[in-house]
Design a protein around this ligand. Sequence first.
Ligand code: AMP
Length: 372
Amino acid sequence: MRIGVLGGGQLGRMLGLAGIPLGLEFRFFDASAEAPALAAGELVCGSYEDAAALQRFAADVDVITYEFENVPVQALDLLATAAPIRPGRRALEVSQDRVNEKSFFAEAGVATGEWRKADTLEELKSAAAELGDCIVKTRRMGYDGKGQMRIKTPADCETAWNLTSNGGLIVEKVVPFDRELSQVAVRGVDGDIRFWPLVENVHKDGILHTTTAPAQGVAPSMKRQAENMIRSVMEMLEYVGVLTIEFFDVDGSLLANEMAPRVHNSGHWTIEGSVTSQFENHVRAIAGLPLGHAEARFASVMINCIGAMPPAPAVLQHDGVHLHDYGKAAREGRKVGHITICDEPPTGESLKDKVEHLERLVEEARLIAAKG
Ligand code: AMP
């Protein structure tokens, strides 16, 4: 069976690495001839507007998926007759636009903070006046904290309005959260759903810095709330594959921030830390195979390597440490790899000591990349 993956970044690469042992073959579609997924299958290069390249990509694939949520839906339409697309078009469409996403959350019974849409400067000003302390985000194409601005005074509205290059804004009241959590889950073709445990995420400069799995101090009611919300979204979308919802934990109750219709950075720990990784389960789901258990095997911490990789010998001196180098050139602010530290025996070192040392190594590499 051949899987076609739109996007050839690290997520595609890890999907391929998980699916190859299952006897699956992969073909990726990416604009870059040096896309990281090249290591895990064939690569067709082209733009999403290039119908001929898309047809070459889709020839003889049995199922199509995506690892990048800004794939234009028109590209999916061109591929609609080639093979089943999992997850489907609607999931992509909903998650590409923050206003559609928040409206959909409301329909699905998923709680969010207060928000307004703003299509004009006047609407932005009146939304900011109503909501008070708020964050303005572009409706489309924002990621890793880009295309966002905090509004503190009415004068900030004029500056924020300049963000609107690509079709409207959403204005969100600032949520006074205690911490950020995410729920990753997978749904199979037959409707079977598996939930990984809720994890805690720390962001730095808008980019995910660490994920701690499982999140500590999750009450059974919160676990139920997260699972019910993601189940509701998956069932409404007739979703197949891995889906992630990012939440704010406010006094033990969850408010959704956004969703990603794909494998997610906050699920990277699952490769070594859970019974079946998010990558393997995504591939199993879209290929129509039975899903694997999603329980954690160890307490784990995932650290993103941003800018440059730390030296492998220094990282691997610890037991229970797993290094993932995506094979990308060093560049400031770029996700180039990650490290998962598992509290797996036999180890004489505490998880906390290992994490502290590895965070220092990652920070040193980042600073070197930032200096150029
Ligand atoms: P996003 O691109 O929506 O994931 O936002 C990036 C980060 O900004 C989030 O992970 C939060 O740390 C913060 N953030 C986004 N929206 C809000 C909000 N409404 N209230 C408080 N913090 C937010």
